[in-house]
Design a protein around this ligand. Structure first.
Ligand code: SAH
Length: 493
């Protein structure tokens, strides 16, 4: 198959601002070549089996020279690979995208371009600043404040001012004084409104609204840094009125979600919608073990017990591996540890007969002791490492049961360096744990992390007990649901 390079604008950081087309081609990428400004949430969408090449450019330092980036794109495409070249914001706005595509044309490599949402428009929008407004201006001008290497920066400030339009400067933090002085020298009134938006559209976005005369001093006072855009024009005065992003309840909060990748989605996305920055850190994975033996005579059972949503498809696959299907459990009643598991079961058309009021193994076992009749037998389908509490209580209560381990929970060696650095820097506010195994796996994968610098949000008592053994600061969800975990984070913020 012929290789191809697809230039994709990754947007300014917020995952939701990646285009549908961008997400689609990323899903099918075999090689992804990306820059420093591509948001972590977008990078997390790169398929596990794709090769990742970081060519991130630091300001004034180009770890991978542009010529080499061009070569990489051509080489990988010639190997027949689907190459996605991810660039921050829009791929053609000050991103050297044009140069890269020229190289592809010269080399005869097929290519496509997927434009992206530029920071020049979106960072202002998330800061309450519409780049044009009929009452104030009729044009917007996007200008780079970064000179070609070795060259001098030439900006025609007089012409820019004459337009009366909004001015947006990119790559301008280090040249802020130069830009403001240039505008003043060209006749800009010192009280002309101006603004800086740092980390636009990200959970840690910061905004400064001032004037051309005061912007440099105030930027220094706030310690604003790259990546940031500079805006000049009357539209900046709308910032407070049209602000919305910084008002989201979890704005500025950073939450690490440790669920397995396939289950992280809802919790992570709901937290993002509330304004939080979310790092998905799937430190465990569930691996089904359908070849594990089920008891020969499944008709001997009256109850089937499931202790996690992962157990539901694992049950089905175990039955299939044994040459049968769900009908082998005909007539059985089903007990589920919580609503999440009951919901997973409902997808197979089966309604849970019993879910304890409090969603944990202890209450599940106690409930079963009350409702399982003396002549009935229980089949527990769960992880190989399931908590002994469940079976201890059943034994003590005289309930007859058998167990089959239909899946295993494995620790994933997640990349812990970045996480440890975040924790050390005190930039993690909450870590969510949805099972005791996620707690152990988290500590094992980041052994040097100071685990008392953040709040550990635990789904239930067993998880909280595990977190306590490591000395974490714990908040426990009232009713062991994802909703309650989110409520805990909102209350704790
Ligand atoms: N192609 C990019 C711009 C690349 S130049 C785009 O369309 O957005 C890099 C500059 O973009 C940075 O120096 C900064 O000025 C701006 N920038 C990129 N992402 C940003 C963000 N999230 N918030 C503020 N400015 C950003």
């Amino acid at each position: 198959m012929n290789g191809k390079v697809i230039l994709v604008g990754a947007g300014p950081g917020d995952k939701g601002l990646l285009t549908l087309r961008g997400a689609e081609v990323l899903q099918n990428a075999e090689v992804v070549v990306y820059d420093r400004l591509v948001g972590a949430d977008v990078l997390a969408m790169i398929p596990d089996d794709a090769e990742r090449i970081d060519v991130g450019k630091q300001s004034n330092r180009h770890p991978v020279p542009q010529e080499r980036i061009n070569e990489i794109l051509v080489e990988k495409a010639r190997e027949g690979k689907q190459v996605v070249r991810l660039k921050g914001g829009d791929c053609y706005l000050f991103g050297r995208g044009g140069e890269e595509v020229e190289e592809l044309v010269t080399a005869g490599v097929p290519f496509e371009v997927v434009p992206g949402v530029t920071s020049a428009m979106s960072a202002p929008a998330y800061a309450g600043i519409p780049v044009t407004h009929r009452d104030f201006c009729s044009s917007v001008h996007i200008v780079t404040a970064h000179a070609k290497r070795g060259g001098e920066l030439h900006i025609d400030f007089e012409s820019l001012l004459k337009t009366g339009g909004t001015l947006v400067f990119l790559m301008g933090v280090s040249a802020l004084g130069f830009v403001m002085n240039g505008l003043l020298a060209a006749g800009a009134p010192p009280d002309l409104p101006a603004a800086v938006v740092e980390n636009g559209t990200r959970y840690n976005q910061r905004r400064l609204v001032a004037t051309v005369g005061t912007l440099e001093r105030k930027t220094e006072e706030m310690g604003l840094q790259s990546p940031a855009i500079i805006l000049v024009g009357k539209v900046c005065t709308l910032a407070d009125t049209l602000d919305w992003f910084s008002k989201l309840p979890l704005h500025g909060k950073h939450v690490v979600v440790t669920r397995p990748r396939e289950r992280a989605g809802t919790l992570a996305d709901r937290l993002r919608a509330l304004g939080a920055g979310v790092t998905e850190y799937p430190c465990i994975e569930t691996v089904e073990t359908p070849e594990a033996p089920l008891p020969d005579d499944l008709r001997a059972y009256h109850w089937v017990v499931l202790t996690s949503p992962a157990g539901v498809p694992a049950m089905r696959h175990a039955l299939e591996a044994h040459g049968t299907d769900l009908r082998a459990l005909y007539g059985c009643r089903f007990a589920c540890i919580g609503q999440g598991t009951a919901k997973a079961l409902a997808e197979y058309g089966i309604r849970a007969d019993y879910v304890p009021e409090h969603f944990d193994a202890k209450h599940l076992a106690q409930g079963l002791c009350d409702i399982v009749h003396a002549d009935e037998r229980v089949l527990i389908l769960r992880a190989a490492q399931g908590t002994p509490e469940l079976t201890e209580i059943l034994t003590a209560g005289g309930v007859a049961y058998d167990e089959a381990a239909v899946y295993e929970t494995r620790y994933r060696s997640a990349q812990s360096d970045a996480l440890t650095a975040h924790i050390a820097a005190g930039t993690v506010d909450f870590v969510t744990f949805t099972s005791a195994s996620t707690v152990h796996a988290f500590v094992q994968s980041a052994p040097h992390a100071a685990v008392n610098t953040f709040r550990a949000v635990c789904i239930g008592d067993a998880t909280a007990a595990a977190a306590k053994t490591y000395g974490m600061n714990i908040i426990t969800a009232k009713n062991a649901t994802i909703d309650d975990m989110i409520a805990c984070i909102l209350e704790g913020s």
